[in-house]
Design a protein around this ligand. Structure first.
Ligand SMILES: Nc1ncnc2c1ncn2[C@@H]1O[C@H](COP(=O)(O)OP(=O)(O)O)[C@@H](O)[C@H]1O
Ligand SMILES: [Mg+2]
Length: 198
């Protein structure tokens, strides 16, 4: 049985969601939350590096599936340098699997886990992150959940892209999004100014 090595986590193939290996190789876990397991791997067809975001089996409630569909719908309509690209929204064993661009980045949350960035490291990434936000607003989108887990940077290339569009909405939307509730705060409190209203 193949084994997968991740930062401190050793995974056997039967720890992965069933079917995840189909069509992908060199799959390693890079992030795990209550909602999603996120893997880095290679799509066998075309040898393309990808990120696979898999909704956990116990989270496949309609509301959670809706955040995946919302995110995929928004990302697949968008083609700007400062936002991650979505290639596909697949279903494997009743769980949504989102196939995303891999540009060799890590979230700011992961990049700063061991030590804070120096100012020299921080400023160019911050400028790029602002450019990504400008791309989002120029496309009439409101992200609503900007936080260090949703800003992905590759320090070697200097590229920065925004991810995490599960509760994002379109500004011209005339009916309220089913993912937001009037009078209730959604998203991340620290980003509550321009990127969180709507
Ligand atoms: N394209 C990507 N490149 C690198 N890391 C990613 C990418 N997409 C997700 N991640 C990692 O997975 C984590 C969770 O992704 P996210 O889209 O926020 O999932 P969820 O919708 O479950 O919150 C991110 O904080 C980041 O560490
Ligand atoms: Mg997230």
């Amino acid at each position: 049985m193949p084994e997968f090595h991740t930062e401190g986590v050793r995974m056997k193939s039967n720890d992965l969601p069933p079917g995840i290996l189909k069509g992908f190789q060199d799959v390693t876990l890079i992030h795990e939350s209550e909602r999603s397991s996120v893997f880095r791997g290679i799509r066998t067809e075309g040898s393309q590096p990808v990120i696979l975001k898999v909704l956990k089996g116990d989270q496949s409630a309609l509301a959670e599936v809706a955040t995946y569909k919302n995110e995929y719908g928004i990302l697949s309509d968008l083609d700007v340098p400062g936002v991650i690209k979505a290639y596909d929204l697949d279903t494997q064993d009743d769980s949504p699997v989102m196939v995303l661009e891999d540009f060799g980045g890590e979230s700011l949350q992961q990049l700063t886990a061991e030590r804070p960035l120096t100012l020299e490291e921080f400023f160019p990434l911050a400028v790029k992150a602002c450019e990504g936000l400008a791309d989002i607003h120029a496309a009439d989108l409101i992200h609503k959940d900007i936080n260090p887990g949703h800003i992905v940077a590759n320090p070697d290339t200097g590229h920065v892209k925004i991810i995490g569009f599960g509760i994002a909405s379109r500004q011209q939307q005339t009916t309220p999004s089913p993912l937001t509730h009037p009078g209730q705060l959604t998203g991340t409190l620290v980003s509550c100014q321009s990127s969180s209203v709507g």
